[in-house]
Ligand binder design. Structure first.
Ligand code: FES
Length: 213
């Protein structure tokens, strides 16, 4: 029987778009922002909670299994995420391990949060909504190469479809017209031929642009 996909409540994506997008890795936070308090992020309309433990970062759906309040309202105690409402404790792998109102309770295994893989790389926290087979985290060898400048810009909220934003990054012809206050040069609008190479993860292009003086 085919696996029944469960879409986030209030999902604004078409099912076919969500199915195409969910297996990939996405940055959901800066590493330096995940400290001693849980925080929330939304990925493909799925609201998530992130918390840091001794083993790294845990990511789960931001909803307590008891009465459904956001776990990001709680706090971190050791490696446990503690719900603010009745103090249920969840371990780094999402298992409920403590019910303060009933300390003798035999906690069922199914009282376990829906968790997702998490990796820290390039000063970011990445996750994928696919818990099964998945694509690898995108490689960025230049991040550790001293011949390159590593820049971690601030996050910005964009009221635009992600596809439009990706298009902007790939569209080098707009540099000369839009980025005139920085590296763009209206006197250098020509886009020379540049090489696009297939890789195991997609395509890779190397494009050089110079500001004429
Ligand atoms: S709602 Fe989380 S412990 Fe009750």
């Amino acid at each position: 029987m085919a696996h029944q996909q469960i879409y986030p409540r209030g999902c604004t994506f078409t099912e076919s778009d969500w199915d195409a997008l969910y297996p990939f890795w996405y940055p959901i936070a800066f590493s330096h922002d995940v400290g001693d308090r849980p925080m929330t992020a939304t990925l493909l309309d799925q609201r998530l909670v992130l918390w840091r433990t001794g083993a790294g970062i845990s990511v789960a759906n931001d909803i307590c299994l008891h009465r459904g309040i956001p776990l990001s309202m709680g706090w971190v105690a050791g490696d446990h995420l503690v719900c603010k409402y009745h103090g249920f404790h969840y371990s780094a792998d999402g298992q409920c391990v403590k019910i303060p109102a009933n300390p003798e309770a035999n906690i069922p295994k199914k009282l376990c949060l829906k968790t997702y893989p998490a990796q820290e790389a390039y000063s970011l926290v990445g996750t994928t909504l696919s818990s099964g087979s998945t694509y690898p985290l995108p490689g960025l060898p230049e991040w550790n190469d001293s011949d390159y400048q590593q820049i971690l810009p601030e996050a910005v909220d964009l009221d635009a479809a992600a596809g439009r934003q990706m298009e902007g990054f790939l569209d080098v012809a707009h540099f000369a017209w839009v980025h005139t206050e920085t590296f763009g040069d209206i006197n250098n609008p020509v886009v020379p031929r540049y090489e696009v190479m297939p890789t195991e993860q997609g395509l890779r292009a190397k494009y050089s642009y110079s500001h004429m003086v």
